[in-house]
Design a protein around this ligand. Structure first.
Ligand SMILES: Nc1ncnc2c1ncn2[C@@H]1O[C@H](COP(=O)(O)OP(=O)(O)OP(=O)(O)O)[C@@H](O)[C@H]1O
Length: 243
């Protein structure tokens, strides 16, 4: 695997600002947020509770809107895509692991994991094999026909990770994927996430409060209301805008 510093830039965020409310009564969540992520790189995003980490991740996924700035994925400006094209772009380029799993209760484990392939029209014999391969990789081999209600929290999070990786997206966004888990299971989930992203050369942007998880990142970025800074460094505004 090439070292991240030699890899091309996958994601660029330029002076992003997010506000809620209308002009008369708006409240700024964050502004002047800039950063970039290279292919295959693992970036942890940390910050105080309520500072806007989940909001930032939702913006990166094109699931939320912003008032100023740009988000570029491999040079494509997300705001240039209408809703339909954004949805297609998400299917092809993105995996998202939510804190609350978001596993569909009426589908079995294999069907949940297969969803991205079905949406991409890739659920043929090869797709079936891929589902089995990913289930095995996350330690759920043999559990494909179980319903989500028959799984533990750690197993459900594994389903969510398998589903986010099954279509080999270049970018994986994960919002506190270990937040609901005990420390032992949390570590296993982090091991798995890292192993899978390293093997598939997927860039990983992980929002976390966990020092343990952040410690394993290639880079840690701290989100504040005024911008994004590389953790552990005092930066000039110019350096921060290049974080
Ligand atoms: N729909 C909304 N309308 C108004 N304000 C909102 C809305 N959604 C979120 N907020 C506010 O935006 C801010 C950022 O929320 P967000 O969930 O992104 O923070 P966070 O850093 O992920 O928090 P935590 O670490 O506690 O999960 C919070 O102050 C929250 O109250």
């Amino acid at each position: 695997m090439p070292h991240p510093s030699a890899a091309p830039v996958l994601l660029e965020v330029k002076e992003l600002a997010k506000r809620y409310g209308d002009d008369a009564q708006s409240s700024t969540v964050f502004e002047q947020v800039s950063c970039s992520v290279q292919a295959g790189e693992f970036v942890a995003v940390v910050g105080d509770s309520g500072v806007g980490k989940s909001t930032f991740l939702n913006c990166l996924a094109g699931l939320d809107s912003w008032q100023q700035g740009r988000i570029l994925h491999q040079g494509t400006d997300l705001s240039s895509l209408d809703e339909t094209r954004r949805a297609i772009w998400r299917r092809q380029h993105l995996g998202f692991v939510f804190q609350a799993f978001h596993v569909l209760p009426h589908l079995d484990v294999a069907q949940n994991v297969a969803l991205p392939l079905m949406l991409l029209g890739r659920m043929n014999a090869q797709g079936q094999q891929r589902v089995e391969q990913v289930l095995q990789a996350v330690g759920l081999a043999g559990l494909g026909s179980r319903l989500p209600q028959q799984l533990s929290g750690g197993q459900l999070q594994r389903v969510a990770i398998a589903r986010a990786l099954v279509h080999s997206p270049p970018l994986l966004l994960a919002d506190e994927p270990t937040g609901n888990l005990d420390p032992g299971t949390a570590q296993q989930i982090m091991d798995l996430l890292l192993q899978q992203t390293r093997e598939q050369h997927t860039a990983l942007v992980l929002v976390t409060h966990s020092r343990e998880a952040a410690r394993r990142a290639d880079r840690v970025l701290r989100l504040t209301a005024q911008g994004m800074q590389r953790q552990g460094q005092m930066q000039t505004p110019t350096q921060a805008s290049n974080a």
